[in-house]
Every structure is written in structure tokens, then in C-alpha cells.
Design a protein around this ligand. Structure first.
Ligand code: BGC
Length: 253
């Protein structure tokens, strides 16, 4: 499951291949985004998915949310109700849904999926996945292993929180053309590169399909490539994290 500000998406995922086993379903995120309302919607989606695949009953569920998630406890809430903050949402959802549940930050989920099945597969070293959407999500993966809750969208650059100036939504809101946007991205990525010296940067989020517009305009020493899994990365990564295999070092074969 991938809980976003507008949609909650869900699918049964074959974690061996990272491919949905059947239809991807979605429901509108309940207005306000309270924990209880989101839990009800996730429960409905699970019922719909299981109706088409009875063998899936009782299987673990991974849930990606736009929050810092430390040992199951939400520590922030981007575009969600503040009631998520400080709550052990993993334990709550586990008892509410009656099955093993793993709650993970949405960018961490997307990053894990890209590192395992997508643009970063077979890459060792320090891989940084940045999702450019309403905000900026980030995931740091070192030799296939996630360092959870990197919040690089919140770096301050030129007196502004980076995501307020450099997210895909900031580009739309300010009506920036691709040259202007590439300039913003260059400044942000150069700073990130200086701080963390990654071996590879992967750009995800809806804007990754337009990467030909801005990637050629960047000048960095780190290779920057578009994500491959597009808007399914969060769902796939949440499923991966929910399996025992997802908690092990990801072996890129
Ligand atoms: C949040 C992150 C989240 C990202 C993408 C940011 O505003 O702080 O936790 O991963 O948005 O949803």
C-alpha cells in the first residue's frame, strides 16, 4: 500500500520479481487523512485485492506513508492529519488489520524498490533516491541496505526549505520552465552531492518521466538517472519491506 495525499494505492506484489500479481487498485485518501479513516480505506483495499486472490488472505502488508517512521512510530506527517505524529501506527494497523504490518516512509519504500528492482539494481555503494513530488522524499541505500528516514527535502538552501522551491509541485506553482527548474535542481543536488558524495543519484516521482527536460542540463560529478518503477515504486518497496527478505541486505544479483 502507498498512502499519498490524494490516493491510496495497493497491489499484491510478487516480491521475487517486484511485479504486481494482478490489478493495482486505488481509493481516494479520506479527507483530513486521520489514522482511523486511512486504516478503514486500507482495510477496504485489502478486501478488494483479496477478493480477486483468495490465496492472499492473511499475508503481511507493507504500508508506505509520507512520515518519518521510527520503529513503527510516526514522527512527522506531510499532508496528513497531525494525529499520526507520536503514534505507534505500525502496532495500531497490525491489530486493526489483523495481520503482520510493516509501516515505512514513502520515499524509503520507493528507494528500496528502485535499488532492488529498478534503476539501482546491481549497483553497489551509496545510492541516493530522491522523489520529486508534492515535497521531496529521499532514501539512502548503502550496498543494498536502507539507512531509514533521511529527510533531505528539508535541507535549508538560500533560506528556504529545499522542497518548498525544488519539488515538482513548486515548479508547477511557480510556473517555472525546464531551464529555470533545472537551475533549482542543480543548486540542490550540488549541495547534496557535497554533503554525502553518493555514487549514484536516482530521480523518482511523477516528474521522472520528463527527465530528458532537466537531467541533460545538470552538471554534477555523480551520475544522475531517472527511476524506472514510476508511481508503483512505493507500493513495491512497502511490500518488500514487509517480507522477511526485505529486512535482509538486498542481494543485487
Ligand atoms: C516528507 C517525507 C516524505 C516526502 C515525500 C516530505 O515532505 O518530510 O517524509 O517522504 O515528503 O512524500
Amino acid at each position: 500500500m502507498d498512502v499519498g495525499g490524494t490516493w491510496i494505492k495497493g497491489a499484491l506484489i510478487d516480491v521475487a520479481s517486484g511485479i504486481p500479481a494482478g490489478t493495482v487498485r486505488r481509493l481516494q485518501t479520506p479527507a483530513g487523512g486521520s489514522v482511523d479513516a486511512v486504516a478503514d480505506a486500507v482495510d477496504r483495499l485489502i478486501t478488494e485485492l483479496e477478493a480477486g486472490s483468495p490465496g492472499a488472505a492473511g499475508r503481511p502488508v507493507g504500508i508506505a506513508i509520507p512520515s518519518i517512521v521510527q520503529h513503527g512510530v510516526a514522527r512527522s506527517a506531510a499532508n496528513m492529519d497531525a494525529g499520526w505524529i507520536g503514534r505507534d501506527v505500525q502496532s495500531y494497523l497490525q491489530s486493526r488489520l489483523g495481520r503482520p504490518v510493516c509501516v515505512v516512509n514513502d520515499a524509503d519504500a520507493a528507494g528500496l524498490a528502485e535499488a532492488r528492482y529498478g534503476a539501482g539494481s546491481a549497483r553497489k555503494g551509496v545510492v541516493l533516491v530522491l522523489t520529486l513530488g508534492t515535497g521531496i522524499g529521499s532514501a539512502l541505500i548503502v550496498d543494498g541496505r536502507l539507512v531509514p528516514n533521511f529527510e533531505l527535502g528539508h535541507l535549508e538552501i538560500g533560506g528556504f526549505k529545499a522542497e518548498s522551491r525544488t519539488s515538482a509541485v513548486a515548479r508547477e506553482n511557480e510556473g517555472l520552465d525546464w531551464v529555470e527548474y533545472a537551475g533549482r535542481l542543480q543548486r540542490y543536488l550540488a549541495h547534496v552531492e557535497f554533503l554525502f558524495s553518493p555514487d549514484l543519484i536516482i530521480i523518482g516521482g511523477g516528474i521522472s518521466v520528463c527527465s530528458h527536460e532537466y537531467l541533460p542540463r545538470l552538471s554534477l560529478r555523480t551520475p544522475v538517472i531517472p527511476a524506472k518503477l514510476e508511481n508503483l515504486a512505493g507500493v513495491v518497496g512497502a511490500a518488500l519491506q514487509a517480507t522477511a527478505a526485505g529486512k535482509e541486505i538486498i542481494q543485487n544479483t
